[in-house]
Design a protein around this ligand. Structure first.
Ligand code: CAA
Length: 284
């Protein structure tokens, strides 16, 4: 099977970023936003990012226009029926993802592939909502999707070799380096990343130092582009908390246990960059 049209479900940071790189790789893209009102916003988000690339001289104006001409924003899942591969990028909620996969399964051709960009949920469990678990896998991109080179492919218990091979090929066209991970809590990256962020928030809460001091220590001492608290703000504190909770529940590993401060910040809406305030303040 040759993938020509990619469907994206959800148009937050990840959905919009994945749509953008898919367009630039030459795919036709159909992006689904939850309701009518989101449609222009969805398209606008991708358009803005492409325009930024043009103004920085990374992309020709004509290329951005051609890419946008291949993008269709839709407000009904049924309009994804023509997609050969759908990448779901909605909130980290198993019931929500399963309901989307159930609907997509009944709408798409039997050979189409269904992928989830989940950071922490089980691909095997998501696939159980479909009658094609062999054609379901995880395609886990990193934020910002246009910049981060890695794509984790997650193999559920039923995922076929053919499905993985097709996803690997798409990943290469998108300019990503792929690694294949088993369907175990956190896959590869979040198994390593979440305990580190959780520990940093716990240490900050315990008064180890100012956020800027902890982050600068990691940046300057270890050469990371961002310290752990700035990174949590980039990922989104709500997303970080949802991942930590899922990983803690599914593994019982105390390294994933969310600190009380993270839960409190999410409860009051300090979600990081997207709300303008997290461990740092941001201009919006
Ligand atoms: N879209 C496109 N390009 C972008 C971009 C975006 N959203 N954000 C940054 N860039 C590009 C910039 O254009 C710039 O490119 P050039 O150098 O070629 O001009 C480059 O990235 C660097 O950007 P900036 O100079 O503006 O800013 P920076 O130096 O602070 O870099 C960053 C920004 C690339 C995000 C950098 O801070 C970084 O690498 N951070 C680490 C991010 C990370 O670890 N992400 C993984 C999070 S974990 C995850 O996503 C998985 C999960 O499940 C939780």
């Amino acid at each position: 099977m040759v993938v020509q049209t990619i469907g994206v479900v959800g148009c937050g940071q990840m959905g919009a970023g994945i749509a953008e790189i898919s367009l630039l790789a030459g795919y036709a893209v159909i992006i689904y936003g939850r309701n009518e009102d989101l449609r222009p916003a969805c398209r606008g988000r991708v358009q803005q990012s492409l325009q930024r690339a043009v103004s920085r001289g990374k992309l020709e104006g004509g290329e951005a226009e051609k890419a946008l001409a291949r993008l269709r924003g839709v407000a009904h899942l049924a309009e994804l029926a023509a997609a050969d591969l759908v990448i779901e990028c909605v909130a980290e909620d198993l019931a929500l993802k399963q309901s989307i996969f159930r609907s997509l399964d009944s709408l798409l051709r039997p050979e189409a592939i269904l992928a989830s960009n989940t950071s922490s949920l089980s691909i095997t469990e998501i696939a159980l909502a479909t009658r094609r678990p062999d054609r379901v896998l995880g395609m886990h991109f990193f934020n910002p999707a246009p910049v981060m080179r890695l794509l984790e492919l997650v193999r559920g218990l039923h995922t076929s070799d053919e499905t993985l091979a097709i996803a690997r090929k798409v990943g290469a066209y998108l300019g990503k380096i792929t690694v294949t991970a088993p369907d175990s809590p956190g896959f590869i990256v979040n198994r390593l990343l979440i305990p580190y962020i959780v520990e940093a928030i716990g240490a900050y809460e315990a008064g180890l130092g100012e956020a800027a001091v902890l982050d600068a220590s990691v940046r300057l001492g270890m050469g990371h582009p961002l310290g752990p608290l700035a990174l949590a703000d980039l990922i989104g504190l709500d997303v970080t908390l949802a991942i930590a909770d899922t990983l803690y529940q599914s593994s019982g590993n105390p390294y994933f246990k969310a600190p009380a401060l993270l839960r409190r910040m999410v409860a009051v809406g300090r979600l990081g960059r997207k709300t303008g305030q997290g461990f740092y303040q941001y201009q919006r």
